[in-house]
Design a protein around this ligand. Structure first.
Ligand SMILES: *[C@@H]1O[C@H](CO)[C@@H](O)[C@H](O)[C@H]1NC(C)=O
Ligand SMILES: *[C@@H]1O[C@H](CO)[C@@H](O)[C@H](O)[C@H]1NC(C)=O
Ligand SMILES: *[C@@H]1O[C@H](CO)[C@@H](O)[C@H](O)[C@H]1NC(C)=O
Ligand SMILES: *[C@@H]1O[C@H](CO)[C@@H](O)[C@H](O)[C@H]1NC(C)=O
Ligand SMILES: *[C@@H]1O[C@H](CO)[C@@H](O)[C@H](O)[C@H]1NC(C)=O
Ligand SMILES: *[C@@H]1O[C@H](CO)[C@@H](O)[C@H](O)[C@H]1NC(C)=O
Ligand SMILES: *[C@@H]1O[C@H](CO)[C@@H](O)[C@H](O)[C@H]1NC(C)=O
Ligand SMILES: *[C@@H]1O[C@H](CO)[C@@H](O)[C@H](O)[C@H]1NC(C)=O
Length: 272
């Protein structure tokens, strides 16, 4: 019996939630410090009070007769009433991360509607390794740290301004903040500027960090060949000179020995 009564009492209220109070947009996403806006409208003229709540706290009251009543400058409203509907636009100035949550427009004795506010925030982005010098064809790995973002940032890389997509990303979240680490591994072919960009949807310009990759040319194979050739020639010449010296010393000695033997023999013949 009680249940049936409750059903009939709730019926118009339930209908009001669906039809009578419209709240737009359903999801609002803004960047930190920007203004968030919602429109609440209804068709029937017999309303008196409209209230706005943010994360469960009543922040603004609108009287059909007297307009917006507030004691906080961050929350204001504007009258957009037309022939078709009663409409008030609710503004949250300088939205903060901790404003993220439910926004409710409640029209006393008529109905209410719920929307969601999500405030995005950027953190820092850095390539901690700094400038890198590598040999040609050497594999080089860069790390990019995007710390304290909300929501998870999109991290991308460019080389001399051209997007590269061979990177890995890992993200950790804690108390609603996201830290992302992106790893880029490339083969060093030429000197280039490496840039890491991090962004969230509402950030007008991505945050960036860049470093220089300097590629030092490997000792050229042609140069090595020349070097080897020069070394070999020098060694050969030195060897040749040595051989000549050794041979000539040996030869001279022999000749002197032969000459003195002949002299002695001749002397002996004369004596005889
Ligand atoms: C609003 O956001 C929630 C959660 O992010 C999502 O489930 C829902 O579909 C969104 N609604 C609209 C109308 O975009
Ligand atoms: C609310 O409605 C007014 C009037 O139609 C419009 O100018 C304004 O942009 C709307 N705001 C939002 C957040 O949709
Ligand atoms: C809101 O605007 C309507 C239409 O212009 C006007 O009739 C009404 O008096 C306004 N309400 C307040 C509280 O200013
Ligand atoms: C929300 O954040 C702002 C700025 O970060 C801070 O001033 C304010 O006290 C916070 N409010 C609450 C309820 O934590
Ligand atoms: C990297 O190299 C560039 C250009 O040579 C220089 O301007 C910059 O200061 C260097 N950065 C670091 C961290 O050494
Ligand atoms: C990404 O990470 C996986 C596992 O750690 C690794 O096997 C793969 O080579 C990485 N890819 C790039 C492009 O760094
Ligand atoms: C993100 O990085 C900041 C700064 O290094 C650190 O204080 C914080 O604990 C990190 N958060 C997570 C979830 O790792
Ligand atoms: C370097 O060259 C090799 C092929 O020669 C190519 O696979 C690689 O992607 C190049 N690296 C970069 C960073 O352009």
């Amino acid at each position: 019996m009680d249940g049936i009564w409750l059903f009939f009492i709730l019926l118009p209220e339930f209908g009001g939630v669906i039809l009578q109070v419209q709240l737009e947009p359903k999801n609002a996403t803004v960047y930190r410090g920007r203004e968030a806006r919602f429109n609440c409208s209804l068709g029937q003229p017999d309303w008196v009070i409209m209230t706005w709540s943010l994360k469960g706290s009543l922040v603004l009251t609108i009287s059909k007769e007297f307009g917006a009543i507030t004691n906080n400058d961050r929350f204001t409203a504007e009258n957009h009433t037309s022939d078709q509907s009663y409409m008030w636009e609710f503004f949250i100035k300088s939205a903060q991360r901790n404003d993220s949550g439910e926004v409710i427009c409640d029209v006393q004795n008529i109905g209410r509607n719920v929307a969601t506010l999500s405030v995005q925030e950027s953190g820092t982005v850095a390539i901690p390794g700094g400038n890198v010098t590598a040999m040609e064809k050497q594999q080089v790995t860069f790390y990019c740290l995007a710390l304290e973002w909300f929501p998870e940032p999109l991290v991308t890389w460019t080389m001399d301004g051209i997007a590269v997509d061979n990177h890995n990303i890992s993200t950790v979240a804690f108390e609603g903040w996201f830290n992302s680490t992106s790893t880029l591994t490339i083969l060093a072919n030429y000197s280039v500027t490496i840039e890491c960009q991090a962004t969230v949807l509402t950030l007008p310009v991505p945050k960036t960090s860049s470093v220089f990759l300097t590629v030092a040319a490997e000792p050229d194979e042609k140069d090595q060949t020349v070097l080897i050739a020069v070394t070999v020639s020098v060694v050969a010449v030195v060897l040749l000179v040595l051989i000549i010296i050794v041979l000539s010393v040996f030869y001279c000695k022999r000749r002197r020995v032969t000459a003195s033997t002949a002299f002695r023999q001749r002397t002996r013949q004369i004596q005889l």
